[in-house]
Design a protein around this ligand. Sequence first.
Ligand code: PRX
Length: 658
Amino acid sequence: MSDATIEVYENEARRFPPPEAFAAGALVSDRSLYEEAEADYEAFWARQARELLTWNQDFDTTLVWDLPFAQWFVGGKLNVSENCLDRHVAAGRADKVAYHWEGEPGDTRTITYGQLLSDVEKFANVLKGFGLAAGDRVAIYLPMIPELPVAMLACTRIGVAHSVIFGGFSPTSIVDRCDDAEAKLIITADAGWRRGAPSGLKSAVDTALADGAPTVEHVIVVNRCDTDPTMVDGRDHWWHDLMAGADDHCPPVPLDSEQLLYLLYTSGTTAKPKGIMHTTGGYLTQVAFTHKYVFDLRPDTDVYWCAADIGWVTGHSYIVYGPLANGATSVMYEGTPDTPRETERHGDRSAWTKDRLWDIIERYGVTQLYTAPTAIRTFMKWGVQWPDGHDLSSLRVLGTVGEPINPEAWMWYHEHIGGRSCPIVDTWWQTETGSHMISPLPGVTTTIPGTATTPVPGVFAEVVDQQGNTVDVGGGYLTITRPWPAMLRGIWGDPQRYFETYWSEYPGRYFAGDGARVDEEGNIWILGRTDDVMNVSGHRISTSEIESALVDHAAVAEAAVVGANDEVTGQAIIGYVILIGGFDDSPELREEIRQHVATKLGPIARPKAVNVTPDLPKTRSGKIMRRLLRQIAQGEEIGDTTTLADPSVVDALRASAE
Ligand code: PRX
């Protein structure tokens, strides 16, 4: 798409839907939210907390801010599961659908708020039966099945913090996370459906527990795929057996607003993932607020679908806590958009399905779709055309998250999926922020392809230069200038790292790690990470995590990793390795090394390519010049090499990349 075409579309795509398309007052949000928050942001958030949530005990202080440590809604007590379930049931909405769940093979379950509450109460009693109580941590390693939100909510009911581990992670990742959190129990499944076949989970837990995670005493196993896993006597228990014997009455425990709600591990610039801490009152307030206003939610009629995985923060905040706090009806889907492989509907039994998502949107009448640019670019590659045989006219709002969206993908989404009539909310946020931070509000904020526009009401962001001076127009580093309710409260077990990572670079400001540009209208364009963190298909992976997995292979002496631009996944992982003497380069060895990383860290961390090189480009002080490796991987012109200790290394690298 040419620049000129984008410009034409830009003008057309601005301000969607046009305000006059709504009857007066029909929009959920309006400008006054910004004005109110600007005038007194603490009072603004206090009002949201009281209006959106039910408190067992009102708070007396909105914010205690002792940089970098924040406490929100101090003195208040509430329970997350009560806010997500009991109060909706008490208001007569027991039969309202919480989740239209669809398994990958096509099996479906309709789960009402009443059923969800009953399951959560039972499972909370199961957890209590294992001696778990407020302050404990449990790990959850489940596929996208209804038992996953049930397990999370049951934890919140009794004040146990959960640590959800993405189902694509490896046994080593399970051990690292369980050790760090000292998790007492793991909730898993035999397997989950992935691209037409069961993908084992219990076996990974068994491997993890065989030589690690000594704090884990029990494993609860959901039977999802009938794969008959080995069960260790006394340690492993079937979910269905425990639930059959559980009482369905378990009162929610009123918890302190700052009670630890969950840990979610994310990649930083070192090899050790950080346990990001989120707490109760502030987190729930901001996810409920943003879920309502950013998606223009009308909970009585909407069918909202966030097509992420609950293993990431997007799923925590916008599949589980936000939608349930708001009493919304959601779609939850287990698999990938291109399964099942064999589709009789199309008469072609060898083809991958290309329309699973559109089929789901049509069948359930989905009103909001929230997905990642990678998915959008994949559909573009498949050549999906609106309406592609499906009626998508139920859609009202489209969301994007996880990585910068290129204007072409934005326009394609707008045109082919949104039928040119849906606003696109490009939501910038992070595992650490817990909740949307920069995003348009539908019908209120003018949207432009490629920019997340402006901070949501109550959030304050600024782009600064290297010295920390505010940049009014131009490029720089994205910072947040005031605390926000859903902000991380720290890194589990490492307050010093918390301060150094986020609050020391620009004194008094939270540094997000992203580069950004401000245009003349004040819109913020996110440019991507400025540190050694890669973004592959919207997932964060640190270069050093992969480098340590590479050097862990017996043949690898030294390794360097870069993220090279990739049309579909945003970035692709490219590894450069120096072999230990005695090992010879071969396609088989390179493949083995790639596989080694996947085994250590999980399939999403598998490098797209591993290049063997006799040397790595280093400065005279011994620092690897990643910029140069990136340029080589992208086949670009190589910039200044004067600081290289040995400039001849460039030719060898070029040869290895061919
Ligand atoms: O680089 C930014 C990118 O994703 C990073 C956060 O990753 P994670 O903690 O895994 O959370 C992803 C889902 C919230 C950010 O530092 N990112 C996230 N959203 C956007 C984005 N980049 C550009 N535009 C976005 N809308």
